[in-house]
Design a binder for this molecule. Sequence first.
Ligand code: IPD
Ligand code: CA
Length: 283
Amino acid sequence: MTKTDEVAPAVAERLAFAEALTRRAGTAALRHFRDREALVVESKGLQDVVSRADREVEDLIRGALAERFPGDGFLGEESGGSGDFGQGAVWVVDPIDGTQCFLAGLPTWCVSVGLMVDGRIAAGVIVDPCADECFSGAVGKDGTGGGAFCNGRPIAPAGVADFRNGLTEVGVSFRIPRDPTVGFIDRLLEAGGIYHRSGSGALGLAHVAAGRYVAYIEGHMNAWDSFAGAALVRAAGGWVNDLTSNDGVTRGAVVMASGRRLAPALHAMAEAAGYPLTPGDRP
Ligand code: IPD
Ligand code: CA
């Protein structure tokens, strides 16, 4: 769904297709989840696992997109991608985000399908099959707004200006040193906030868009983990730092997201904790 007057027609058309496709992919993933004892788990690195479920779901999404939009680019967590990610429409896909949770039998995982247009994050769909929720949204032509929805109902980030009385999801990545994460949690508690970790960064960002978390932060996320969720937060009217400069599409980035009123405090706390921020990360 989109507010059609604010979103480019090519984006709106792709978002409508992606909503139906991501729901279909979520159903396929849920079948594997219910029969997960049958899956063989492989390790890709420290705290990084994969199974046939991830590959099959990515193949389903990749194949359907290639058939419907043959000229579009693709970047997926399991099958990668190539080409010029700064030109035209490029899909950025994580077939199962929260794979550890998925394989452990926890419900906090999702299917994440993001869309970039000419190097900018343009739209996203995140399906949470266990909760039967589909988040979707497209960023407006001016880079904000555009409208975000959960199962067709409009969503918005929390309007709070401080961390008190709200949940902040703090993601952890072994791809960067742990000191900033530890320092951030310390400062968050000092400010009267509380940390939470669901185990799916993509779903965490969708929950910021829906106002369930007041903020999300992680020291490093790859594009397939973060772009769909970032689109949702921006489409819903919230703030996300710059994820695409400095080769963010291929190298990943620090990710911060919140409502607009909390953004200065989130950025200041992240800076004090020592996350590797750039000037472009300022709200
Ligand atoms: C991971 C999850 C996790 C986040 C990591 C991601 P995966 O993705 O989103 O919450 O902290 O940075 O790599 O491996 O479950 O697809
Ligand atoms: Ca992921």
